[in-house]
Design a protein around this ligand. Structure first.
Ligand code: EPZ
Length: 420
């Protein structure tokens, strides 16, 4: 099991190329199951989650070939049930259910458990499939869905915390081959949903309204192969933007989509960080004095929950009080106790973290608990005096392509230690 050893205090300088978006490529790889023709997906980040999805599609019978930053998927002949253990281990794999149900009219997928950030039920996904006419049962740890045929319907997919991202995409994929028209109300508006809809339409689907709270899908009989380049990863871009801010550095983010980052850039600006746009490049640098800002995570286009932990690190370095409220996941403050090891002063009050900022951080050994918490610990290590060792970085490798290599190119003193 690897860990990262970071010697902090170096202002990061230079350019970094933003990789393809993990949360776009996973459902798009699953969507290739909707056709028996070959598909090619480009700008695919080499992440453990992506490798995992490749193994899951292979266990369903698809041919999967990774070459450089692209993957060819040919699901000529597939079965309805993939490798139980593989699927159980990665929550994102739930998005194979919609395509299997649409193509085979049955699907058996291991029930995804909760994770450290929350219980993460899939009731809204199942509500959507039932609305299209599927019968759902839980048998032996599997969610089983069967439907002699899928029929278009008017669906409302809003839940306790608002829309569901993967639920919207999963049901959209099922509806693509249903008879008749489906509308999804309270749909998620995330750029990753829009990218999945774009891929579906390039396969011959008829999806409109993606990016708005109402998506309409006119079902078609058959879909064909397609070629698609996924969007850049807005969460990776936000993480590197905050890396520039916490290290007094200046980083040019190449290939980022500023239009996907409004809420994050607005809060960085409010905190006193300089952001310059130049086409698809964004340059982020420390401006004058840092100012405390309050943040509440919301569905897109609000402030993303996947950047909450990273932004908290910046607030620990900012003199004054800031309140960070997590509204999407019920237990996404696992990084707080680890940041306290580095000297941060943060108190939890219900869904909010009250950050008393301004005290310099000092290096210590810390433990990563989930993907974005581990990114926050790396940022804290880069800003801290002395050495920080971040353990269990397998969490990081799930969602950041070669992060230590990219940071080293920007001048960071960071090395990967193989603990086995
Ligand atoms: C996606 O997860 C992302 N993952 C998450 O990123 C991201 O945090 C999340 O969207 C929110 O933006 C992928 O795309 C692979 P949701 P998803 O369904 O779709 C509740 C990362 O760090 N809910 O939008 O699983 C749920 O419990 C990961 O890259 C239900 O109640 O999230 C949560 O509170 C972490 N019932 C809220 O809705 C359901 O059926 C939003 O979850 C589904 C969700």
């Amino acid at each position: 099991m690897d860990s990262l050893l970071i010697k902090g205090g170096v202002p990061l300088q230079g350019e970094v190329t933003i990789s393809g978006a993990k949360n776009a490529v996973l459902p798009i790889m699953a969507a290739a199951l909707l056709t028996d023709e070959p598909c090619e997906i480009r700008r695919v980040p080499r992440l453990s989650d992506v490798e995992f999805m490749g193994r899951i599609l292979t266990s369903l019978g698809a041919k999967v070939e990774f070459t450089g930053d692209s993957v060819k998927i040919h699901a000529a002949k597939i079965t309805d049930a993939g490798d139980y253990d593989l699927i159980r281990k990665m929550r994102g794999s739930i998005c194979i259910m919609g395509p299997l149900l649409a193509r085979l009219h049955r699907a058996r997928v291991s029930l995804p458990g909760g994770c450290v950030i929350g219980s993460r039920p899939i009731d809204l996904h199942l509500k959507g499939f039932r609305g299209l006419g599927a019968r759902i049962s839980i048998e032996g740890g599997y969610v089983c869905a069967r439907a002699p045929k899928l029929c278009g319907a008017d669906l409302f997919l809003g839940g306790r915390a608002g829309p569901t991202v993967l639920g919207t995409t999963n049901v959209m994929m099922a509806a693509a081959l249903a008879e008749g028209v489906t509308t999804i109300d309270s749909a998620a508006c995330e750029p990753e949903v829009v990218d999945a809809a774009k891929f579906l339409n390039s396969m011959g689907a008829r999806v409109s309204g993606a990016g708005s709270p109402t998506i309409t899908i006119a079902g078609v009989k058959k879909l064909h192969g397609a070629d698609h380049e996924v969007i850049p990863d807005r969460i990776e871009a936000a993480t590197f933007a905050i890396a520039a801010a916490v290290t007094h550095g200046e980083i040019k983010l190449l290939g980022a989509r500023p239009d996907h980052l409004h809420a994050v850039l607005d809060k960085l600006w409010e905190a006193g960080i300089k952001v310059e746009r130049n086409g698809t490049a964004l340059t982020v640098k420390r401006g004058g004095r840092l100012k405390p800002v309050d943040i509440t995570t919301q569905p897109y286009a609000g402030f993303p929950t996947d950047v909450q932990a990273q932004m908290m690190v910046l607030m620990t370095l900012t003199p004054g009080l800031s309140i960070i409220t997590e509204r999407i996941f019920e237990s996404r403050f696992m990084h707080v106790s680890e940041l306290a090891r580095l000297g941060a002063d943060i108190a939890i009050e219900g869904p909010s973290a009250i950050v008393k900022g301004g005290r310099p951080l000092s290096g210590a050994p810390v433990m990563a608990s989930d993907l974005r918490a581990s990114a926050a610990l790396v940022l804290a290590g880069l800003a801290a005096k002395g050495s920080t060792q971040v353990n269990r970085v397998y969490h990081l490798d799930r969602g950041y392509e070669n992060i230590d290599g990219k940071l080293r190119k920007l001048g960071a003193r960071i090395e990967r230690i193989d603990e086995t």
